[in-house]
Every structure is written in C-alpha cells, then in structure tokens.
Design a protein around this ligand. Structure first.
Ligand SMILES: [Zn+2]
Length: 90
C-alpha cells in the first residue's frame, strides 16, 4: 500500500483498477496488478480467489486475505466499470 491512487474517473490509457468490492459485485474474472506484496498476485475466477506466487501452485485464498484494491479486469471486459474505457479506445 501507499502507492499512487487513481480514481476510476481519472482513467488515462492505463487499465481501470477496481476495488475488491467491485470485483466481488461484478463477478467477472479479475487479477491484481503486479507489485503487490512479495511478487504474489491474486486471481478471481468469478467465484473464488486464488493466490499466485512464482513457482507455486495456485492456492485458494479467502477474500479476507486478498488486496482491497488494485484489481484489473480483462482489456476486453465490458462491465459497467470497464465499458467507458473500452468505448474510449475503440
Ligand atoms: Zn470489467
């Protein structure tokens, strides 16, 4: 934590970052951007959260142990959060 904070309104060309709450609400596959704690990345498959660490098998992870923000959807996602950006780059 302590990195730069971008609100979704300030979406430049970069990917839209979502909060954990948005990820759970939207129920779409999502993953965290890199530079999380120890090279560990987290993935949400629409139902469950997974921990991904280099050299490790994916580990099922409770929502209480995943980052509260910094989540990304696919670049082709068309959910309510990503759609404005998709239209912009189309
Ligand atoms: Zn999305």
């Amino acid at each position: 934590m302590g990195g730069r904070m971008l609100t979704t309104e300030e979406s430049f060309d970069g990917p839209v970052e979502l909060t954990l709450e948005q990820v759970v609400t939207l129920r779409r596959p999502a993953w965290t951007s890199s530079e999380q704690q120890d090279d560990t990345e987290f993935y949400f498959d629409g139902v469950h959260f997974w921990r991904q660490r280099p050299g490790w098998l994916h580990q099922l992870t409770p929502p209480s142990e995943v980052p509260a923000d910094g989540w990304l959807h696919s670049g082709e996602c068309s959910c309510a959060v990503c759609r404005p950006r998709t239209r912009l780059t189309a």
